[in-house]
Design a protein around this ligand. Structure first.
Ligand code: FMN
Length: 203
């Protein structure tokens, strides 16, 4: 059973969440977890201006995803930062290259799931995840979110990401806040949840 974690991260928040998602998926017996980044589309000059180069250097060792390898997946868990309440352009570009998979119905029946991050608490996490679902549904994927069985999303004693739609983290106005223990627990739960569903479908 192959579980892909496919993400884009500019400053490391989604990268950190992706590691937690992968760790959760790895807890499920029979899971082979494959972590991939989607290709960058911005120029080095723009990335330098956005002060992203140092952060991205820390996870440049994660291999880039090819569209074709998703054919072998049993589940794909996508991670994207919010861009104006939507997925980032890098992820959009990657998904827009999956037309050949769509023609073949290659992703039909696989589990699809999404996690995200935003700078602000109400800055579009839910819209980012839900609008991502449109693409997954067109591809025929079976959507899995983050059930309330992950009770960390009920918390009101601290500011936290995560919702029934998927795990999330709040990065802070300057990106100064890295994922909290509760948000990482949500990400692990989502990884485990998706891999558990995929293992039942594979059987
Ligand atoms: C062009 C652009 C648009 C963004 N739009 C939003 C937004 O709508 N809401 C928000 O809270 N944060 C927004 N952000 C902040 C990013 O979501 C934040 O930097 C990201 O979640 C951090 O994750 P990363 O470190 O994995 O890249 C935006 C950032 C950029 C560069």
């Amino acid at each position: 059973m192959k579980i892909y974690v496919v993400y884009y991260s500019m400053y490391g928040h989604i990268h950190r969440m992706a590691q937690a998602v992968a760790a959760g998926a790895n807890e499920v017996r029979g899971a082979e977890v494959i972590v991939r980044r989607v290709p960058e589309t911005l120029s080095p000059e723009i990335l330098k201006e956005m002060k992203a180069l140092d952060a991205q250097g820390e996870f440049s060792n994660i291999p880039l995803c090819t569209v074709g390898e998703l054919e072998s997946a049993d589940a794909v868990i996508f991670g994207t930062p919010t861009r104006f309440g939507n997925m980032c352009g890098q992820m959009r570009q990657f998904l827009d290259a999956t037309g050949q998979l769509w023609i073949k119905g290659a992703l039909v029946g696989k589990v699809g799931s999404v996690f995200t991050s935003s700078n602000t608490q109400h800055g579009g996490q839910e819209t980012t995840i839900i609008s991502f679902y449109f693409t997954l549904l067109h591809q025929g994927m079976i959507i899995a979110g983050l059930p309330y069985a992950f009770q960390g999303q009920m918390r009101t004693d601290e500011i936290t990401g995560c919702s029934p739609y998927g795990a999330s983290t709040i990065a802070g106005a300057q990106g100064e806040r890295m994922p909290s223990e509760n948000e990482l627990a949500g990400a692990r739960f989502q990884g485990r949840h998706v891999a558990t569903i995929a293992s039942k479908l594979v059987r």
